[in-house]
Structures are given as C-alpha cells and as structure tokens.
Design a protein around this ligand. Structure first.
Ligand SMILES: Nc1nc2c(ncn2[C@@H]2O[C@H](COP(=O)(O)OP(=O)(O)O)[C@@H](O)[C@H]2O)c(=O)[nH]1
Ligand SMILES: [Mg+2]
Length: 273
C-alpha cells in the first residue's frame, strides 16, 4: 500500500505552506514525506518536489499558445487534462515504492474540486497504482469568521467531499493570524451547530426572505455531520502532530506496523506469599 494526501483549496489558502509544514514535521520525526507539485502556475513553494508538473507543462505554455489562446482559468484546466492524458509520465515519476507517503499540492482553482471531473480522474489513477488517499481541503480561517461566510465555506467543503468521494478532512489555515475576538467567534463554528449558525444568520434582510433556504442548508449540514473543521496553527507543533495523526488514522497509515508489534504479558506480580 502507498499513502497520499491530496491537498486542495482556493488560491492563497496556504496549500503549499501546509505541504512544507508537513514535510518539516515528518523530518523532525525522522520520517519521510515527499511532495508532488501539481500546480502548473506555482511561483513559489519552499519544499523540494519529488515531481513537478511544470516539467511536463507550465500554465504559460497553455496561455501563450497561439492556437489555444487560453486565459488563466481555462489554461489551468487544460494543464490538468494534459496531465491526465500523460498519466504514464506521472506514474513513472512516482516510481513504485511500497509504503511511501506523498502529499499532492494541487492548484488553487476551486471548480476543479467542486464540480469538474479531472481531479476525480486523477484520484482514480492514483488509486489504481495502490495509493490510499485522504482528501485534505484547506480554507483560510479569516474567511470563516461570520455565519454566512462559514456557511458558504461549508458548502464548498461539502461539494468537494461529494464530488471526490474520498476519505476527507477539512482544515482551517492561518489560525496564527486570527485576532482573539475572531478566534472566539470561529470557535463557535468548529463543531458546527446548525441551530446557532442559523440564528446568527436570521438577522439580515436577505436571510429573512430566504429563511427556508437557509434552514434547508442548515439541515444539510446537520445531516452530513461529516462536515467538521480542524483549525491549524503552523506555529504550534502539537497542533500539526494532531492533524497528521488524524489523517494517518483516516488512511490507516502505520497500522501494519502496529499489527507487527508483539503483545507482551504483564510481568507477574510477586505479591510476596
Ligand atoms: N501567517 C501565516 N501565513 C500563511 C500560512 N499559510 C500560508 N501563509 C501565507 O499565505 C500566502 C499563500 O500561501 P501558499 O501556501 O502559497 O498558498 P497556496 O496558494 O494555497 O499554495 C503566503 O504568503 C504564505 O506565506 C499560515 O499558516 N500562517
Ligand atoms: Mg501553492
């Protein structure tokens, strides 16, 4: 078995930073995590990628092509489709290493995850070469501190979960940047209680008018009690370790090692008689 995290989320939410944080954390624990850059438009990241899509195709290639004439969004989709057409290339680059652990740093175009099929096809391809994958959906915590933003972020997370059908975790990034007040506000949503969320939202005029819709969304969140957010402060080692452990449990990483551990009998108590 091989293990992978597929790191997704809007542009600038902290995907590449998350990847290098995970690599650093693993290195500190004397473990190896590799990162694959799948963002054809990436300008900066501070990990050493195992594979880099830009060696196959760069966003500029698609945008500068006189026949294709793509803008940035169409160009990005083109690049991802090109990657899939050349999945043999990716397969070769990934090699055939049993028990490896790879994080895929994906592009920041949300449509790829919420309703297009390219990422879904990529997932199928990776599963075919024995990867057990956890979808990791990142959202910038600063965009989650009021009721309606939280609801829309939750809907995005739900769409991704439903579209990809992968074991999945949602993470709120950049917690170190939140003010105390914002953190307090956000804490109320971390274990989303649809009722308090909706109560928050009933204040505005729009929400009065669309009360039924808002209520239906609330029920949806409740029914899919899977929608949960894990806050991540990359300056807090314990926080990083917790998230890593949560994901590893999801993909059952390290379980084989546990099974191999021998049971041992408690040494018999010598109670003296
Ligand atoms: N303070 C802080 N800044 C962050 C964090 N994560 C990302 N950033 C910054 O946000 C910007 C975008 O991050 P990046 O990882 O490139 O986002 P990506 O587009 O999702 O890959 C960069 O300037 C990062 O330094 C975080 O946890 N804390
Ligand atoms: Mg990036």
């Amino acid at each position: 078995m091989r293990y992978a995290q597929l790191v997704m989320g809007p542009a600038g939410c902290g995907k590449s930073t998350y990847c290098s944080t995970m690599v650093q954390h693993a290195t500190d624990e004397k473990k190896v995590i590799e990162v694959v850059n799948l963002d054809p438009a990436a300008e900066y990241f501070d990990y050493e990628p195992l594979v880099d899509i830009r060696e196959l195709i760069h966003l500029d290639d698609a945008m500068e092509d006189q026949e294709l004439k793509f803008g940035p969004n169409g160009g990005l989709v083109f690049c991802m489709e090109y990657l899939l057409e050349n999945s043999k290339w990716l397969e070769e680059q990934l090699g055939d290493v049993d028990e490896d652990y790879i994080i895929f740093d994906c592009p920041g175009q949300i449509e790829l995850y919420t309703h297009m099929t390219v990422i879904r096809q990529l997932v199928d391809m990776l599963q075919n070469i024995n990867f057990r994958i956890c979808g990791v959906f990142l959202l910038d915590s600063q965009f989650m501190v009021d009721g309606s933003k939280f609801l829309s972020g939750t809907m995005a997370a739900l769409s991704v979960m439903i579209n990809l059908e992968l074991p999945h975790i949602n993470i709120l990034t950049k917690m170190d940047l939140l003010s105390k007040g914002a953190r307090k506000q956000l804490d109320r949503y971390l274990e989303p209680d649809p009722h308090s969320l909706l109560a928050d939202m009933e204040k505005g005029h729009w929400n009065q008018k669309y009360r039924n819709l808002t209520e239906a969304l609330g029920r949806l969140i409740e029914d899919y009690s899977l929608v949960r957010f894990y806050p991540l402060n990359i300056k807090d080692e314990e926080n990083i370790a917790d998230i890593r452990l949560t994901i590893d449990n999801i993909i059952q990483y390290g379980e084989e090692a546990d099974v191999k551990m021998k049971d041992f009998d408690e040494p018999e108590q010598d109670d003296g008689d």
